[in-house]
Design a protein around this ligand. Sequence first.
Ligand SMILES: NC(=O)c1ccc[n+]([C@@H]2O[C@H](COP(=O)([O-])OP(=O)(O)OC[C@H]3O[C@@H](n4cnc5c(N)ncnc54)[C@H](OP(=O)(O)O)[C@@H]3O)[C@@H](O)[C@H]2O)c1
Length: 236
Amino acid sequence: MKVGIIGGTGNMGRGLTIRLALRHDILVGSRSLVKAGTIAKNLKNVARGFYLSDLEGSIAGVLNADAIEGSEVVIVCLPAKYSLLTLEGLKEYLTPEKVVVSTVVPMTRKEKLFYWTPLEEGEDPGFGERSASESIQEIVAPSPVVTAFQTVPAAYLNNIDAVLNVDVLIAGDDDLALAKVSKLVRDIPNLRPLRVGPLVNSKWVESITPLLLNAAVLNGLHDPTIRVIPWMPSEE
Ligand SMILES: NC(=O)c1ccc[n+]([C@@H]2O[C@H](COP(=O)([O-])OP(=O)(O)OC[C@H]3O[C@@H](n4cnc5c(N)ncnc54)[C@H](OP(=O)(O)O)[C@@H]3O)[C@@H](O)[C@H]2O)c1
């Protein structure tokens, strides 16, 4: 697949690029072509050196608009605060068949702890009622939005040696879009896509991240993530 990453130069964008490039062609999007080119070149070197002849995909640095135009799946890796305004400025490059993936977690930190703080459009987005994914859906419609990767720390993705072995919760309303995103997730070795219902459930997915971060702060954990384990009755 051709995958464009908006804000692809950041922590999450770089992590997803390096993992997805194993099987897919990645356009690392940025507001700066120079920045995108430099980061794409570095990531390409890492991918070539690590995957060797297993590398099937490619990595190129482009402007955010070109990342959207050149791809069938567009992953939004922008800080929550800037995601809605940035997408307002880029939505003209979307077409209805492109799938938009939101990794966005709208949250704030008060003293030591983290809180889910939903977004609304406006000059100073924040403190709305809907999840970031639903707010993004309103902007990018009719392109379908899929919620994914909120509970996967960028640090895991960027550590190319790390065996991930974690679940990716996926929410959305469009079956075809969900199938595409599930395939992308499965193409990252040891990541498992788990569907958790319609887009309206994104708020529950997004709000797990501040809980995990609070678990880290309060219990001395590093980069906590989730894996859903089925309960099995004891044989005894
Ligand atoms: N970090 C994690 O572990 C993690 C895990 C799960 C989900 N997420 C979510 O992923 C998203 C990205 O997180 P991140 O840690 O990768 O963020 P980040 O590194 O702080 O920023 C990502 C990119 O956003 C662009 N950007 C920054 N300010 C901007 C602005 N004012 N307008 C437009 N673009 C701007 C920058 O790209 P250019 O300067 O190149 O344009 C930057 O490289 C967030 O919504 C976060 O909640 C993060």
